[in-house]
Design a protein around this ligand. Structure first.
Ligand code: SF4
Ligand code: FES
Length: 360
């Protein structure tokens, strides 16, 4: 089978993070600092990625600013010719840090926000970070860099969607991802606390559409679908091993950030193998390429070239079988894994959330 070239690298430089968000999609077991790749190992990853055809790198975590070598990595990535995006909570983005990052050549910074009011935002993050984010947004704009923002939407903040959009516009964002929570990793522990009702989602989507009209080209808004309420799954990652790859803090190379939880696969490490071999030839990257691996109902389904059977991580987490059709699909024999959950939310009472906070 012909293997395409990867377009993007997600460099998870650390799992350490000052925030404790209940919707964190990083795996349940986080990598400790002592297992993180060294600076030299990351520099080699970037060089190999450039040779492999990668065009853009997203530095993320955890909180990538916790790595004091971040500027060195950004500089090398730019020298190689990669577009560099930094995904950050903004905590630790001092004036000195933003100056160094801008000098190193970072192309864009994506800043997360949890809600429009400091009180709610801080209670979701489990950390008093909202004011620090406001300051970070200001510094990013002052440095002349484009400010991209993102918010993870869930039951506790969907009602604030209009105010969140207003806030991001006021802080100077040029782009805002309205990402409905996805239930991988730690987030799956909190799914019953996070999952909104259908009506709440419909109201929020209507507000997003109104805002899109209103802001036009001044603020690019992206609505990331809440897939539990869809009839068909998303073409996750644009297909397994097709467009992008992730390097985890310990050097394991993953087809997507959530896939380390697929226990039926083992993932190669850049400490032992080169990136090109892992992308082209490793069993994990080839596990779900093409269509031959598919069981029914995907095997004979007309939509298989549209959605690739949905998300492999979600299939594994909800059915124990990473080859199964994503249970979001209305034709999946495991659809009840989704509908039972939605049913209990639609009929249940919403109280004060009782989150399992990450890392506490
Ligand atoms: Fe997609 Fe499989 Fe459902 Fe068809 S049966 S729509 S390929 S998940
Ligand atoms: Fe891993 Fe969808 S999140 S394939």
């Amino acid at each position: 089978m012909r293997v395409s070239l990867p377009y993007a690298l997600t460099a998870e430089v650390t799992h350490r993070c000052p925030l404790h968000c209940p919707y964190c999609s990083n795996p349940i077991e986080l990598q400790k600092r002592e297992n993180e790749l060294s600076t030299d190992a990351w520099l080699s990853v970037l060089e190999q990625a450039g040779d492999l055809g990668v065009a853009q790198v997203h530095f993320t975590g955890g909180e990538p600013l916790l790595r004091p070598d971040l500027e060195r990595l950004v500089l090398r990535a730019r020298e190689i010719g990669l577009y560099v995006n930094l995904i950050t909570s903004g905590v630790g983005l001092t004036e000195e840090r933003i100056r160094q990052l801008a000098e190193a050549g970072v192309d864009s910074i994506q800043l997360s926000v949890q809600a429009s009011s400091a009180e709610l935002a801080d209670s979701i993050a489990g950390f008093r970070s909202h004011e620090l984010k406001r300051q970070a947004a200001h510094r990013i704009r002052e440095s002349g860099l484009p400010l991209h923002m993102n918010v993870v939407l869930h039951r506790a903040n969907l009602h604030q969607i209009e105010e969140i959009i207003e806030l991001c516009a006021e802080w100077g964002a040029q782009r805002l991802e309205l990402a409905n929570a996805q239930y991988y990793g730690w987030a799956l522990r909190n799914v019953d606390q996070l999952l909104p009702r259908r009506e709440q989602l419909q109201e929020a989507e209507a507000a997003y559409l109104r805002a899109r009209e209103r802001f036009g080209y001044h603020l690019e808004l992206l609505w990331i679908l809440p897939d539990y309420y869809e009839d068909f799954p998303k073409p996750c990652m644009g297909g397994w091993g097709k467009l992008s790859l992730t390097v985890a803090p310990d050097g394991r190379v993953l087809p997507c950030t959530a896939s380390s939880e697929i226990r039926s696969l083992s993932f190669e490490n850049v400490k032992e193998r080169d990136l090109a071999w892992i992308w082209n030839d490793s069993p994990s990257f080839n596990a779900f390429r093409g269509y031959d691996w598919m069981p029914e109902p995907c095997k004979s389904c007309d939509r298989r070239e549209l959605d690739y059977g949905g998300c492999r991580c979600q299939a594994f987490l909800l059915t124990g079988d990473a080859r199964a059709a994503d249970p979001v699909c209305k034709w999946s024999p495991n659809r009840s894994a989704i509908t039972d959950r939605i049913g209990s939310i639609e009929n249940g009472e919403f109280g004060t959330p009782n989150y399992a906070y990450r890392g506490r």
